[in-house]
Design a protein around this ligand. Structure first.
Ligand SMILES: Nc1ncnc2c1ncn2[C@@H]1O[C@H](COP(=O)(O)OP(=O)(O)OP(=O)(O)O)[C@@H](O)[C@H]1O
Ligand SMILES: O=P(O)(O)O[C@H]1[C@H](O)[C@@H](O)[C@H](OP(=O)(O)O)[C@@H](OP(=O)(O)O)[C@H]1O
Ligand SMILES: [Mg+2]
Length: 335
């Protein structure tokens, strides 16, 4: 039956013009509907599956009572309808909204994926504004190396893409906690975006920040927006290499497979992105960012993969329910 409605859903997704389904909530029940979060959800259902990107609402709910209400309404529906498939679960998404949490996950990959030489750069969580010497000391103690890249603690929303490159201990005065400081890794200005949809993933190359001389120097802090440097069309002084360098090998596909397999389990999510770079000196695959429900730009298979994933989750659910009915002596079919 689900296969029969596949075409309808596909055309409706295109009709709505979903790009990463940002801010749009889809429900699947033989048809595709857009949920009105401001209204009670039960009368709008029932829903087989909900695909959402509620990151904005989750972040705003920290300080805005209207968003708190929307979220509470949504959570109450989800908890009273456990059979509705939710892509993705709210707690898993909420965790990734906090770079302190997502960078802890990234830093553990080094152990769990030891055989693949996958790592993430050393970083420091800066929780609150404090005096410059203690921040400088913490940077040294954590083994960070200049230049450093400074990113906001909140990982979602327009402000979260405002970053800076810090070239010396003195310039640490430029940071605005709460934030993370991460060692900058030279990678030849190439970013590999890994877009995950259920058990499939797709790699797309993007522009990225150019190489900088290693070690501290007296250069002023560079403030930039990450979307200026890593969107498909990005081109700026920050992405143009100053020197000629040989092409780096692309990330090994087996290593990326292993990385995605591990992250699926760690995150408990089906729709996410991983940003990967290759260290120009060691050729180590280095994970620098994990994204909730990214834009999937450059992945024409996104919609069909999403539908395949939803179908397979619903199929599994149906077979589990029917085997439960058989083993617990539920009513015979047709009654
Ligand atoms: N540790 C690092 N070393 C080298 N370059 C980095 C590092 N971290 C980030 N970058 C560069 O900065 C860009 C933005 O970083 P990051 O992906 O963390 O930001 P973001 O705003 O969360 O990105 P997204 O658009 O994926 O949400 C990357 O695409 C890459 O060019
Ligand atoms: O602005 P927030 O809500 O934080 O989310 C962004 C993600 O962090 C980015 O990863 C997405 O860009 P990419 O699809 O280029 O990774 C970006 O995709 P978009 O710019 O194509 O919408 C957003 O999904
Ligand atoms: Mg990124």
């Amino acid at each position: 039956m689900l296969r029969n409605i596949r075409k309808i859903i596909e055309s409706q997704i295109y009709h709505i013009g979903c790009k990463g389904c940002k801010g749009v909530y889809f429900i699947l029940f033989f048809h595709l509907w857009q949920i009105d979060l401001a209204q009670p959800l039960a009368p709008q259902g029932p829903f087989d599956a909900i695909v959402h990107k509620l990151s904005d609402v989750i972040v705003e709910a920290e300080h805005d009572s209207q968003s708190q209400q929307l979220l509470a309404n949504f959570e109450s529906y989800v908890s009273t309808h456990p059979s509705t498939v939710l892509l993705d679960p709210l707690p898993a998404m909420t965790r990734l909204l906090d770079r302190f949490a997502s960078y802890r996950i990234m830093s553990k990959l080094h152990n769990s994926l030891r055989d693949w030489r996958i790592c993430s750069p050393p970083y420091l969580e800066v929780h609150r504004a404090s005096d410059l010497p203690s921040i400088q000391q913490a940077v040294m103690a954590q083994g960070l190396s200049f230049p450093l890249i400074c990113k906001t603690r909140v990982a979602h929303g327009s402000l979260s893409h405002e970053m800076s490159l810090i070239f010396s201990a003195g310039s640490l005065a430029d940071i605005h906690p709460p934030c993370v400081l991460q060692s900058f890794v030279n990678h030849g200005a190439v970013l590999h975006k890994v877009f995950v949809v259920g058990d499939k993933h797709f790699c797309v190359e993007r522009p990225s920040l150019k190489n900088f001389p290693s070690g501290p120097c007296d250069r002023k802090t560079i403030f930039f927006n990450s979307h200026q440097v890593s969107k498909p069309e990005s081109s700026s002084d920050l992405t143009a290499l100053d020197e000629q360098m040989p092409c780096l090998p692309p990330p090994s596909s087996q290593a990326v497979d292993a990385l995605v397999r591990e992250l699926r389990v760690q995150l408990g999510m089906a729709l996410f992105g991983v940003d990967v770079i290759i260290n120009i000196h060691t050729h180590t695959l280095t994970v620098i960012d994990i994204n909730i429900f990214p834009g999937y730009e450059g992945v024409p298979q996104f919609f069909s993969s999403l539908l395949n994933h939803i179908e397979s989750v619903l199929d599994k659910q149906t077979s589990t329910t029917s085997s439960l009915k058989t083993t617990t002596g539920g009513p015979p079919a047709g009654l």
